[in-house]
Design a protein around this ligand. Structure first.
Ligand SMILES: [Zn+2]
Length: 354
C-alpha cells in the first residue's frame, strides 16, 4: 500500500498513525485501480495531513469513513460490495440482507437482522427513540414499532446533499448513488444549511442539524461518538455570553450555530465540571485545554458540512467568482466569433451572405 500510494506514505511518515489505522488504509484502498491511484493518493495524503498544530489523530471509525468516501468518489468499483445496492447478491450469506430466527431456546426467540450500515443507523435511531420515550428496552420498543403501537414519537434523521457534486451523506456516512436515491425518497423537509442565531437558550432543529453535519463526531478530545448522538452544547455558558462584551445592549441570551458544538454526555460533563476549556477558531478548529495540567489538543470538524460555505459572505464570494468566470468565458467566445467573421469578410468571399 505504501509503495502504491507514495504521497500517503509521506504523510504517514510522521509516525502519528498507529498500525491499526494504517491497516484500515490498506484494507479500504487495496482494490483501487491503477487509473485512480494518483487521485486517491493525493486526496488521502491531504486528508491525513494535519492543518493545525497538536491536531488530534482521527479514530478508526472516522478514518475508515473518510477513506471510504475518497475511494468511492474516484473509483466506486473498488468499494467493498454493498449487497443492498450492487445488483445480484453475492453467494456469501454474510453479505446478504438477512433476517433469521433462532427458536432453539424454549423461553426466548432470537432474531438476527443483517442490513447495510446506513439502514442500520436509521433503524437503530428509531428504535432507540421509541425506547427512550417509553422508558423501555430496545426489544420492547421494536415490538411496539412492529405492532404500530409506538405512539407519537418523532425522530430527526439528517441527510446532507452537496448540490455541486450530487454526493449525499446520511448523518456522517457517505452514501452510494443507489443509497442516495433510497434516502432521497424518504425526505420530508428541506433546508439550506447556514449559520444562524435565535433568541433564547434552546437550539432549533435546523441549528442542531447544522452542528451535526459540521462536527461529525463529539468535539471532545479524541472522542469518537457520532455527533447525532451528542448534545448541542453552548461553548460559553449562556449567562456568561449574555453578560459578555459582545452583548452590549444587554439583550436576552441567544443561541448561535457558531458558538455551539456537539458534545457527548461524558465530554459534556467533563466540561461542565470545569475539567476542560474549549476555544473555537474561525477555521472550525477547537482548542481543548485541560485546566489541570494545561495540556492542549486541537480537534477538527469531520462531518459532511465541515468544509461547506455556511455564511452569506462565503456564498456570495463563490457566486461572484462563478459569475465572473461565466462572463469572461462569454466575452472570450464573442471575441473569437467576431474575429472569425472579420477574417471571413477580409478574404472577400462573396458566398458568405453578410
Ligand atoms: Zn465525547
Amino acid at each position: 500500500m505504501l509503495t502504491r500510494l507514495p504521497a500517503t506514505a509521506d504523510a504517514l511518515a510522521c509516525g502519528a498513525f498507529g498500525l491499526d489505522l494504517v491497516r484500515i488504509l490498506a484494507d479500504v484502498t487495496a482494490t483501487v485501480g491503477e487509473d485512480h491511484l494518483a487521485a486517491v493518493d493525493a486526496d488521502l495524503a491531504e486528508a491525513l495531513t494535519p492543518t493545525r498544530g497538536r491536531q488530534v489523530v482521527p479514530g478508526p471509525r472516522v478514518l475508515r469513513r473518510s477513506v471510504t468516501e475518497i475511494v468511492g468518489q474516484h473509483d466506486p468499483s473498488a468499494l467493498p460490495p454493498d449487497p443492498d445496492t450492487d445488483g445480484p447478491l453475492p453467494a456469501d450469506p454474510a453479505h446478504q440482507l438477512d433476517f433469521t430466527v433462532d427458536t432453539r431456546d424454549a423461553h426466548t426467540t432470537t432474531f438476527h437482522v443483517t442490513m447495510t450500515p446506513d439502514e442500520a443507523t436509521g433503524t437503530l435511531r428509531i428504535v432507540d427513540a421509541v425506547a427512550a420515550a417509553h422508558h423501555t428496552s430496545r426489544a420492547k420498543a421494536f415490538a411496539e414499532l412492529v405492532h404500530g403501537a409506538a405512539g407519537d414519537v418523532s425522530v430527526t434523521l439528517n441527510c446532507y446533499r452537496n448540490l455541486d457534486s450530487g454526493t449525499m451523506h446520511f448523518e456522517n456516512t457517505w452514501l452510494s448513488s443507489v443509497a442516495t436515491d433510497r434516502w432521497t425518497a424518504r425526505v420530508t423537509h428541506l433546508a439550506v444549511p447556514g449559520h444562524s442565531a435565535t433568541d433564547g437558550r434552546f437550539v432549533t432543529d435546523n441549528q442542531r442539524a447544522l452542528r451535526i453535519g459540521v462536527d461529525g463526531t463529539c468535539r471532545g478530545p479524541a472522542c469518537r461518538r457520532d455527533a447525532a448522538e451528542c448534545d448541542t452544547d453552548h461553548i460559553h455558558r449562556v449567562d456568561e455570553a449574555a453578560n459578555s462584551s459582545d452583548n452590549t445592549d444587554n439583550s436576552a441570551p441567544t443561541t448561535t450555530t457558531w458558538a455551539t458544538q456537539q458534545l457527548c454526555r461524558a465530554c459534556h460533563n467533563a466540561k461542565t465540571r470545569g475539567l476542560l476549556d474549549y476555544t473555537t477558531f474561525p477555521d472550525g478548529s477547537t482548542h481543548v485545554t485541560s485546566l489541570g495540567d494545561g495540556h492542549r489538543v486541537v480537534t477538527r470538524p469531520t462531518g459532511p458540512l465541515a468544509d461547506a460555505d455556511l455564511t452569506f459572505d462565503q456564498r456570495l464570494q463563490r457566486r461572484t467568482a462563478a459569475r465572473t468566470e461565466h462572463q469572461e468565458a462569454l466575452a472570450a467566445h464573442r471575441a473569437r466569433t467576431a474575429a472569425a467573421m472579420a477574417a471571413a469578410r477580409q478574404e472577400g468571399n462573396e458566398k458568405i451572405p453578410f
